[in-house]
Design a binder for this molecule. Structure first.
Ligand SMILES: Cc1ncc(COP(=O)(O)O)c(C=O)c1O
Length: 398
C-alpha cells in the first residue's frame, strides 16, 4: 500500500515489541517481572471513580465545549494558581484526550518544515516522532550522567541554529527521574529569552516528587518566560488515571486557540465523563496522592540500593517520577547483540530470557548505556527482579 511519507518515517516502537514478547512468555506460563510499564500500579481513588459514575447517572454524556468544560478549566486554573502562583485564563487552557494528545496538538500548531526542536536526551520516547509528524526536525542533545542527565545552558547554546524554534523540558523526567532546580532552569531561561525560543514544559510528573523537593518549572521564573512557555500536564500519573485520557495544556492564548481549533477538527472534546472525574481529582481530597508518593519514595530507595549493589552498575538518584535509569555499560562487552541490535537492546533481550524480567532498553530514550526500570510494581516484585538481574549478570562472567 502507498502510505503517506509522514507515517513511513516513524519507527515502530521497540517498547511495544518488548511488551509483546513479555506477554507471549507470560501466556506460556513464564513468571515475568515487569519493569516495563509506565503507569502507576494503584487504582484510581474512590472519590474520582464515584464522580465518573455520578456523571453517567446525571447524564453528562454529551458533547462538551471542544477545549474542556468550564468546571474542569476552573479546577485546572485553581491548581496552577494555588500550587505554583501561575495565573491563567480559560482561553489559555486546552483539555485534550490525555497528555500525549495535548502535546501532539501543540506540536502540530507550533512546528513546521524547517523548524528545529531541541530534545535533551534521555527523552520520553514520543517527543522525536511527534516533532517529525509536524514535519519539523528533532535535534537530540545528549546530556551527561555525571550531571544527572540534565541539559546545561552551555549544551543548549551549542545546539542552537537559526532554525531552532523550541526546547522541550521534562522534569521530573521519564526515563531518568531527574528534577531540574530553579538555578538550572534560570540558566536555561536566559538562553531561551536571548534566542527567543519557545519552551514546552512537560510537567506530567510534577506531583511525584521525593525528599521534600519543591516543584519548579521555567514559566514560574518570570512573566517573560511564562509568555514563551507551554505547560503540559494531566491526571494520568498523579491520580492513577491513565485510562481516563485527560491531559491539558496551559500557555499563550494564540497557541492554545490554534491547538483548540485543531482539536475541533479532529477529536472534538475529551470524554465528558472523564472531565467530570478529572475535575474531582483536581478539586477533591489529595490524600491518595500523598500516600502514592510515599510508597514510590520507599520503592525508589529500595530499587536504587539494590541496583547499586550490582558490581559495575552506576545510577544517579532520581528525585521524582517512578523510573530508575541505571547504567549497565560495564557488561556490554560480554553480550552478543543480534543483527541490528544495540547493546541495551541485547541486554534487555538477555534479561527477558535469562532473568524473566522486562525492562526497556535505553536506546529507546536516546541513551544506550542504560535500561529503564519502572518501579510502579510491588515491593516484592522489585526485590525478586533485582535478585534475578544480579544472578543473570553473574552468569555472563568476566
Ligand atoms: C513524560 C511524559 N509525558 C507525557 C505522557 C503522556 O501521558 P498521558 O497521555 O497518559 O496523559 C507520558 C506518559 O507516559 C510521559 O511519560
Amino acid at each position: 500500500m502507498e502510505l503517506a511519507r509522514r507515517i513511513r518515517q516513524i519507527p515502530p516502537s521497540a517498547t511495544l515489541a518488548l511488551n509483546a514478547k513479555a506477554n507471549q512468555l507470560k501466556a506460556q506460563g513464564v513468571d515475568i517481572v515487569n519493569f516495563g510499564v509506565g503507569e502507576p500500579d494503584f487504582e484510581t481513588p474512590d472519590n474520582i471513580r464515584e464522580a465518573g459514575i455520578k456523571a453517567i447517572r446525571e447524564g453528562h454524556t454529551r458533547y462538551t465545549p471542544v477545549g474542556g468544560t468550564p468546571e474542569l478549566k476552573e479546577a485546572i486554573i485553581r491548581r496552577f494558581q494555588e500550587d505554583y502562583g501561575l495565573a491563567y485564563k480559560p482561553g489559555e487552557i486546552l483539555v485534550s484526550c490525555g497528555g500525549k494528545h495535548g502535546l501532539y496538538n501543540l506540536f502540530q500548531v507550533l512546528f513546521e518544515a524547517g523548524d528545529e526542536v531541541i530534545i535533551p536526551a534521555p527523552f520520553w520516547v514520543s517527543y522525536p516522532p511527534m516533532v517529525m509528524l509536524a514535519d519539523a526536525t528533532p535535534v537530540v542533545v545528549p546530556t551527561r550522567q555525571e550531571n544527572g542527565f540534565k541539559l546545561t545552558a552551555l549544551e543548549l547554546r551549542q545546539s542552537l541554529t537559526p532554525k531552532t524554534k523550541a526546547l522541550v523540558l521534562n522534569s521530573p523526567s521519564n526515563p531518568t527521574g531527574m528534577v531540574y532546580t530553579r538555578k538550572e532552569l534560570e540558566a536555561l531561561g536566559e538562553v531561551v529569552l536571548e534566542k527567543g525560543l519557545y519552551v514546552v514544559s512537560d510537567d506530567i510528573y510534577d506531583k511525584i516528587l521525593f525528599d521534600g523537593e519543591k516543584f519548579v518549572n521555567i514559566a514560574m521564573l518570570s512573566p517573560e518566560l511564562k509568555a514563551r512557555t507551554f505547560i503540559l500536564n494531566g491526571v494520568s500519573k498523579t491520580y492513577a488515571m491513565t485510562g481516563w485520557r485527560i491531559g491539558y495544556l496551559a500557555g499563550p492564548q494564540e497557541g492554545i486557540a490554534a491547538a483548540t481549533n485543531l482539536q475541533s477538527q479532529s477529536t472534538s472534546n475529551p470524554t465528558s465523563i472523564s472531565q467530570k472525574a478529572a475535575a474531582e481529582a483536581l478539586s477533591g481530597p489529595q490524600e491518595a496522592v500523598a500516600a502514592m508518593v510515599k510508597e514510590f519514595a520507599w520503592r525508589r530507595d529500595d530499587i536504587l540500593r539494590r541496583s547499586l549493589e550490582i558490581p559495575g552498575v552506576t545510577c544517579p538518584k532520581p528525585g521524582g517520577a517512578f523510573y530508575l535509569f541505571p547504567n549497565f555499560s560495564a557488561y556490554y562487552d560480554r553480550l552478543k547483540p543480534g543483527a541490528g541490535q544495540s547493546p541495551s537492546q541485547a541486554l534487555a533481550d538477555y534479561l527477558l530470557t535469562e532473568a524473566r524480567l522486562a525492562a526497556v532498553p535505553g536506546n529507546e530514550f536516546g541513551e544506550d548505556n542504560c535500561l529503564r526500570f519502572s518501579y510502579a510494581t510491588s515491593r516484592e516484585r522489585i526485590a525478586t527482579g533485582l535478585t534475578r538481574i544480579k544472578e543473570a549478570l553473574e552468569k555472563l562472567g568476566k
